[in-house]
Design a protein around this ligand. Sequence first.
Ligand code: PLZ
Length: 449
Amino acid sequence: MSTDSHIDVSEIPQEPLLLTEIPGPRSRELHARRQAVVPPGVHSVMPLYIERAHGSILVDVDGNRIVDVCGGIGVTTIGHTDEAVVAAAREQMGRVTHTLFTMTPYESYVEVAELLAKYFPGEGQAKTLLMNSGAEAVENGVKIARKFTGRPGVAVLEHAYHGRTMLTSSMNFKGAPYAAGYGPRAGDIYKAPNSYPLRDGLSGLEAAARTIAYLEKTAGAEDLACLVVEPVQGEGGFIVPADGYLPALAEWCRANGIVFISDEVQAGLARTGTMFAIEQFGVQPDIVLTAKGIAGGMPLAGITGRAEIMDSSQPGGLGGTFGGNPVSCAAAVAVFNQIENDQLLARAKHIEDVFKGALTDLAAKHEAIADVRGLGAMLAIEIVKPGTLDHDAALVQRVIDRAAQQGVLLLSAGAYGNAIRFLPSLQFTDELIALVVRVLDEAFAAEAA
Ligand code: PLZ
C-alpha cells in the first residue's frame, strides 16, 4: 500500500484502461489473503481491489481504470476525491478529529444542521441529529417517531431496504440474506404492498388505497408511530411509485397522526435532481433521512425533522460516540457548497435527459429490457425473459460481468436481482454515458444472438 499522502488523483484520466483481465492478478492475490481473515458474510460483489479514485474513475491495484457507475452505491454523488471535500477534510483532520459532540461540541455539526434545515422539504423549522450510517438514521428516525407519538408500530413497504442492524434488517422486504438466521426479528413492523407501476397495473390512488387498507387491517392506524418510505426504492430496483401514491399516503399519515419518514439514504441530496427526491412528489415529510452522499465518502448520516417532533426526546436520549464526527461534518459542508456552486441539481437533470433517453432507445432494441425508470442520476433498467414479465437475474449478472470485462462497473438491484442500476456521479460526462450505453448494447446483442 502506498504511504504517499500527496498522490495527485486529479491526473487520473476520465476514461477506462484495461491492463489485465478483471479482476487482475493483484486483486486476486488480495482476495485470497482476505479469505483467511474476513468472514464470507461480508461479501464483495466485485472483488476488484481499489487503490485510488477520482471523479468517475476507479483505479485498481493492477492499474486498471474502471468507469464507476455505482459510486459505492450512491455515495460519491459529487465524484470521487472531490478537491474541495478532500481539502476540507484534510484541514479539519489537522486541527481536531474528535471531541464527542455530546460532550464538548463544535461548529461544523451546527453548520451541517443549518444546511439540512435550509433544505428541509417539510414544513416549518427543522432540527437535525447526526449519526454515522444509513441504518442508524433509520433506527433513530423510528426511535424519535415512537417517542413523539407514544406508539410502537412501524409501517414499511414491500421491496424496501432500510439497513442491516437488528431493527432495520427486520424492516427490509428481503428476509434473506439480511435477517435470515439472525432472529428473533424486531416486532411491530408491518410490510404493506407498494406501488410498482410495471407490475401492479394500479394508479397511484389505487395503490395507495391498497397500502392503507392493508395497514389499517393489520396494524391499525392508531398503533402506528411512523410510515418509512423511500421515495424512489433503492435496493428494491429504483421503483418510482405511480403519480399520486405518495401524496395519498402522506395525507393518510397526517390525518392519523402517523409520522411520515422519507428514507433518502440512497435517493437524497441532489442525486435525483432536487435536493431531496420527495420534493418531486409534492409531499412534505415529517422526517427526512440522509447518509451515503451527504459527506462525499466520509461516514455521516442525518435525521432531520420538524422541530416539534425532534424536540420530543429527552436530553441524553439521542447520540453516539462518532455521530457527527468533525471530519465528516467538514466534508459535508464542502459537499453542500459544491452542489450549490457547481449547479449539480441541473447536472442531475441533464444526466436524466441524456442517460434515460439512451436507455429508452436501448429498451426499444432489446426485448429483455422491460422498463427504464428512475430520476436524475438514479436510473435503472428492469430485465425480463422476452415476451414475459418473468425475472431474469442470470441475464442481469451476465451483462454486469461482461461490462466489467470492458472496464465498466455496474450493479444489480431489485428483490429478485432483476434490475441493473446506474448511480453515476453528477460529474459523469456525456462521453461516459455513451460508452456505458454502447457496452450495454453489445452485451444485450451478444446475449440475444
Ligand atoms: N436506507 C434507502 O439504500 C443502504 C446497502 C449496501 P447504511 N443501501 C445500500 C449494502 O449492501 O450494505 C441504505 C439504503 C436506504 C438505508 C440504508 C442503510 O444505509 O449506511 O448501509 O447503513
